[in-house]
Design a binder for this molecule. Structure first.
Ligand SMILES: Cc1cc2nc3c(=O)[nH]c(=O)nc-3n(C[C@H](O)[C@H](O)[C@H](O)COP(=O)(O)OP(=O)(O)OC[C@H]3O[C@@H](n4cnc5c(N)ncnc54)[C@H](O)[C@@H]3O)c2cc1C
Length: 387
């Protein structure tokens, strides 16, 4: 949506630096909007009608998202996207009827929040290398290990964890998915400070944390399949048309205000942002069309994610060159120092949800059909694999 210079709130933040109370207030506002949309059939457009959705296609969903972006509606929050667009669909797909009723629908409505407990100190790009153990003890599981970079774990009461349940089989076969209550004996959440000053992500430690088997999502040993689906949903939604971090119009407004629209270098930068944006829209259309045929987001979502992070990088570069020193000191002038948050936050999304390099690997291997990277531990039991 185009803003008028100097009017209203100017926010191009990528990762917020809010207190816990402010974060909760922000979430409340968006949850109200989300639930209004859900009741009107617009928040789960592609879900089956009986499951709380509208039973329509990804193209319908995309059309709605684009229309919504033209209005002044509450800003989305990453935790709500993770809860409603990543975890809820995974429970809908892999959960039992009871789990769908109890957790799937709760998460779809965002009545409660759930964060994503995937990455570990030794498992990020190579997620299947994860070593947080879940050991069966009758109809319960005992969790030990550490997750890291867990966004919003301080606020979410639930985490969706992929754990190692079998070390005697190759790494992809020995994982299982669980819903884990985070305010629970044996679970410790510690915030990590980011370079913009905020602490939206955390370390999460499990020390003999005991959970019931009815919190296992999907069959034992099927965790990799569940994780891949969630990562597919994530790539698909992160390449979306959300407003997080500013847009071409914000940048153009800044260039006009600084009277730099005649500067050839600035013009080139603006053109690059504009064209990346358009190419991203077309890539999203193509991914949506292919998802319509296959019924699920495919590897093409990686192109959208990559173009989104490229876009943010170009936006940061142009804003930095326009603002110079004004980027580093707050003069109180509307719409200037706020870009500092963008510049410090944008690099995070080049890593989060699978780094740019990993998206390129996915495109190379699974879209272009290039030879796969060598995988030396493919057929080796996890406990014997080189690490
Ligand atoms: C802002 C933010 C939020 C996050 N939120 C969450 C969250 O909520 N939950 C969660 O589970 N995780 C989260 N993460 C973690 C994120 O998923 C990982 O950081 C990411 O997958 C990269 O893993 P890593 O940090 O272990 O880096 P590594 O995997 O160690 O990679 C280090 C570098 O090597 C490159 N590299 C690695 N392997 C290859 C390869 N095969 N080919 C080419 N290059 C390669 C990478 O691109 C990267 O540049 C978040 C991260 C960030 C930055």
């Amino acid at each position: 949506m185009e803003s008028t210079w100097g009017e209203g709130e100017f926010d191009v933040t990528v990762f917020s630096d809010r207190s816990e109370d402010e974060e909760r207030k922000f979430l409340d506002t968006y949850v109200q909007w989300h639930q209004q949309k859900l009741a009107a059939g617009f928040a789960a457009i592609t879900w089956p009608v009986g499951a709380g959705g509208a039973g329509l296609t990804i193209a319908h969903e995309r059309a709605f998202t684009e229309l919504e972006a033209q209005y002044d509606v509450p800003n989305d929050h990453e935790l709500i996207s993770v809860t409603t667009k990543l975890i809820a669909p995974a429970i809908e797909k892999y959960g039992t009827t009871a789990q769908i009723e109890q957790y799937g629908r709760t998460f779809l409505r965002a009545d409660e929040f759930c964060c994503q407990l995937f990455s570990e100190p030794g498992a990020g790009s190579d997620l299947a290398n994860l070593s947080t153990r879940a050991v069966r003890d009758g109809d319960r599981w005992v969790l030990n290990g550490q997750k890291v970079w867990t966004s919003n774990a301080r606020i979410a009461p639930w985490g969706f964890a992929i754990c190692r349940t079998d070390v005697d089989v190759p790494k992809h076969a020995g994982m299982t998915a669980f819903l884990v209550p985070l305010r629970h004996t044996g679970v410790v959440v510690r915030p990590i400070r980011q370079m913009n000053g905020g602490a939206s992500f955390n370390e999460v430690f499990f020390s003999d944390a005991v959970i019931d088997d009815d919190l296992r999502i999907g069959a034992v040993g099927h965790g990799w399949k569940v994780a891949l689906d969630i990562l597919g949903f994530e790539r698909d939604s992160s390449g979306g048309s959300g407003r997080s971090g500013g847009e071409f119009e914000d940048l153009l407004g800044l260039a006009r205000h600084m009277e730099r629209t005649d500067d050839v270098v600035v013009r080139q930068g603006l053109a690059r942002v504009y064209t990346t944006n358009r190419v991203r829209e077309w890539a999203r259309s193509r991914a949506a069309a292919s998802a319509r045929l296959d019924g699920a987001p495919g590897p093409e979502g990686s192109i959208g994610k990559l173009l989104w992070t490229e876009d943010m990088r170009h936006i940061s570069e142009v804003a930095s060159s326009l603002l110079g020193a004004a980027l580093t000191a707050d003069t109180g002038e509307w719409g200037t120092y706020a870009w500092n948050d963008h510049v410090l936050g944008a690099p995070g999304y080049r890593i989060a949800g699978g780094s740019d390099e990993i998206q390129r690997n996915i495109i190379g291997e699974r879209v272009l059909g290039l030879p796969r990277e060598p995988r030396v531990d493919r057929d080796v039991a996890f406990k014997n694999a080189p690490r």
